[in-house]
Design a protein around this ligand. Structure first.
Ligand SMILES: [Zn+2]
Length: 422
């Protein structure tokens, strides 16, 4: 079915400051019933309207511009309808062409209670309003944002991040945190489709990266919001979001990603390590989903060596191992053997000693060591802070490829580990 056939059926409307919501009633006061195309009362429309406007106010207060059609006096059209007729799966969506957006929201989101329906509706409207305020800023304005797109992950991560900022009290905004917790080995630039064929990707694409943006803004409260806005606004036609972010951060003296263990880069030395402690960073995510996934948990014995791997790591992703001390183990020596040669090795790894209270005590970055024949050897050691303590091993691939969908070997690094107890 095409857009116009759907739009023609939406005979009612509600005008707000920035939007006009078009809809119809499932059971109108007279005439033919509209079935799934119609809404069951106007409460849903009011929830949508309120969330759309709240999101616009939030972003414009942080320096975002209004969409071009609003600037020239027209509202952004919103169509509340049976979205399954337009998109497989029937998710809400925003269609932007030549910088002009149209929003499609569901006439019913299927939640089993009125309250859940209302909360999900509000969060979905916020998500689409975020797209409306960002899509027209895309550096390549004439084409619509289509998956896969180099901006796809950032676009969805931003919209999901905003859900939690506008409605922090609604559990609905945590929906995609499952994937963030479960799959630290997914690249930040993951696409919603496994595309190009053979390239790692798939549902839910960059939605999970919302928690990277939340970390970023929390880490730099003074300029985090400016950074997000300017990533959209200041990109050149050829830059991808990670490249713009890296450029804007370096202007503020922060390195985005760097394999040198002495450089406290944002991705490898801060984000990947800090989010090993989910409870500290995102307590609500922890309460529902627990710790991020471990690649393996190993018991370290005095005088013995235990190994694990090999494992592969995509660019801008990380893996976690947990090392527990057996009785009388006071210290762990860790060796990481990377397949890549020293010139092409972009793994950055750290041992983080955590106390009985699960709080970090000491962080030791692995240093390059001699001895590996063909690959790269990284080594480090740290004390266990006490009998019920543990050490987390955080391994990040901090390579930032020049192009999206790199086939470069540096974008996928393979390594194995050995831990020796003392
Ligand atoms: Zn979206």
């Amino acid at each position: 079915m095409n857009f116009n056939l759907v739009i023609r059926q939406l005979v009612q409307n509600l005008r707000t400051r920035t939007f006009v919501l078009n809809y119809c009633l499932r059971n109108p006061t007279q005439g033919r019933g509209q079935g799934l195309m119609g809404v069951d009362g106007e409460e849903l429309i009011r929830s949508y309207a309120e969330a759309l406007e709240r999101t616009c106010a939030f972003l414009t207060a942080r320096g975002w511009a209004l969409p071009p059609q609003v600037v020239s006096g027209d509202p952004v059209p919103v169509y509340v309808c049976d979205t399954t007729l337009l998109l497989e799966g029937g998710s809400p969506f925003t269609y932007t062409r030549n910088g002009l957006s149209r929003v499609f929201l569901r006439s019913d989101n299927g939640e089993p209670t009125r309250e859940a329906l209302r909360q999900r509706a509000a969060v979905e409207a916020t998500h689409e309003a975020a797209h409306v305020l960002t899509h027209f800023l895309l550096p390549r304005r004439t084409s619509r944002l289509e998956m896969p797109d180099p901006w796809g992950w950032f676009d969805e991560a931003f919209a999901v991040f905003l859900e939690g900022q506008i409605f922090p009290e609604y559990a609905e905004n945590l929906r995609y945190a499952l994937h963030w917790v479960r799959s630290p080995e997914w690249s930040l630039e993951r696409d919603a489709l496994a595309f190009p064929p053979g390239y790692p990707g798939g549902w839910p694409g960059g939605y999970f990266a919302a928690w990277f943006l939340e970390y970023l803004v929390g880490r730099y409260p003074g300029f985090g919001w400016d950074l997000l806005r300017d990533t959209w606004r200041n990109a050149t036609e050829t830059e991808r979001p990670v490249r713009v972010l890296a450029r804007l951060l370096s202007q503020r003296g922060v390195m985005f990603a760097d394999p040198d263990p002495a450089v406290p880069d944002l991705f490898g030395a801060q984000y990947c390590i800090d989010t090993y402690f989910v409870q500290r960073v995102f307590p609500r995510v922890f309460a529902r989903f627990g710790e991020r996934s471990l690649t393996a948990r190993l018991m370290v014995q005095p005088g013995q060596t235990v190994g694990d791997g090999p494992d592969a790591l995509e660019h801008l992703a990380c893996r976690y191992n947990r090392l527990d001390p057996a009785q009388r183990t006071t210290r762990v020596q860790l060796t990481l053997e990377a397949q890549a040669t020293p010139a092409t090795c972009f793994l950055k790894a750290a041992l983080v000693a955590a106390g009985e209270d699960q709080q970090p005590r000491q962080t030791v970055f692995l240093q390059r060591a001699a001895g590996s024949r063909s690959g790269t050897r990284l080594q480090g050691e740290v004390n266990f802070p006490g009998p019920s303590s543990h050490v987390g091993l955080v391994v990040a691939n901090v390579f930032v490829p020049a192009d999206r969908w790199p086939i470069d070997t540096r974008a996928r690094q393979t390594y194995r580990i050995e831990a020796r107890g003392l």
